[in-house]
Design a protein around this ligand. Structure first.
Ligand code: B1M
Length: 212
């Protein structure tokens, strides 16, 4: 079995060690970080989601798959992030209130950091008030909101409203993303942009700040 297949199977089985090992060896053998990510890790998580929907996987299987994916991502991180460049701006990032999914958000952080920005990662289950506080405190140029559940998407709207109420909406660009999120939803709630994936989020960040 090749390294990509081992990573794919390792995530499905939640075998963290196998994923770590194959990711390290794959990189050593010259497979790019992007290829390992896009052709093994992301498809594996999509399959985990399909198995969950089909009632073949349950929350514990999703959890160990996520842990294995995170272990692989930690190894890819230095490859995906550029080093030694002066930050072009500050981005506050978080998964919205009520939502605990952080793999996509972490990947978005890695790609935006790789594009030369400083990331202030607030983690998961972040309330609108905490986003407002962080934007103020760090004088952020952009705030990125991630949501993976249809039930937590409304918290994106609440966060934009909280920025408006705090009088700082015009000082910060708001970008949103996550599997159930669409451009239409971004337009509806008055976000400045929608990123389909982590690479798109990085491109969007540069574009919104007039850097591309
Ligand atoms: Co959850 N879960 N989960 N889960 N989980 C989904 C999202 C689900 C689609 C599974 C399914 O039914 N097929 C479903 C949501 C249904 C819906 O609302 N439409 C679901 C559910 C129902 C749940 C629970 C309610 C299950 C339960 O308890 N009964 C529960 C909710 C907990 C909560 O949040 N309150 C739950 C829990 C969990 C775990 C904790 C077990 C685990 C998360 C672990 C973790 O993140 N640390 C988990 C997992 C792993 C998943 C799936 C299988 C994988 C998510 C993932 O990591 N994908 C997921 C199924 C799926 O997505 N196919 C599922 C890989 C990641 C790289 O992709 O996150 O989409 P993604 O991020 C992408 C883009 O979306 C985008 O870029 C990323 C990279 O390209 N993106 C942005 C993301 N954020 C962005 C922000 C941006 C721009 C782009 O700008 C700021």
């Amino acid at each position: 079995m090749g390294y990509k297949e081992t990573i794919y199977e390792g995530i499905l089985k939640g075998d963290m060690r196998a994923v770590e090992d194959a990711t390290k060896k794959g990189l050593e053998e010259g497979i790019s970080a992007g290829e390992l990510l896009n052709e093994a890790m992301i498809p594996a998580m999509a399959e985990v989601g399909r198995l969950f929907e089909a009632n073949e996987y349950y929350v514990p299987e999703m959890l160990i798959a996520a842990r294995a994916m995170k272990a692989g991502l930690a190894i890819l991180r230095p490859e995906l992030v550029a080093s030694g460049v002066e930050p072009k701006g500050k981005v506050v990032l978080g998964t919205v209130k009520g939502d605990l999914h952080d793999i996509g958000k972490n990947l978005v952080g890695i790609m935006i950091e790789g594009a030369g920005f400083e990331i202030i990662d607030l983690g998961v289950d972040v309330s609108p008030e905490d986003f407002v506080k962080a934007v103020r405190e760090h004088k952020a140029d952009v705030v990125g909101l991630s949501a993976l559940l249809t039930t937590t998407m409304p918290s994106m709207k609440s966060t934009i409203e909280a920025l408006q109420e705090a009088g700082i909406r015009d000082q910060v660009k708001v970008i949103i993303g996550g599997a159930p999120v669409t451009q239409k939803y971004a337009d509806e709630i008055g976000a400045d942009g929608y990123g389909r994936d982590a690479a798109a989020a990085a491109t969007l960040t540069k574009k919104l700040l007039g850097l591309s």
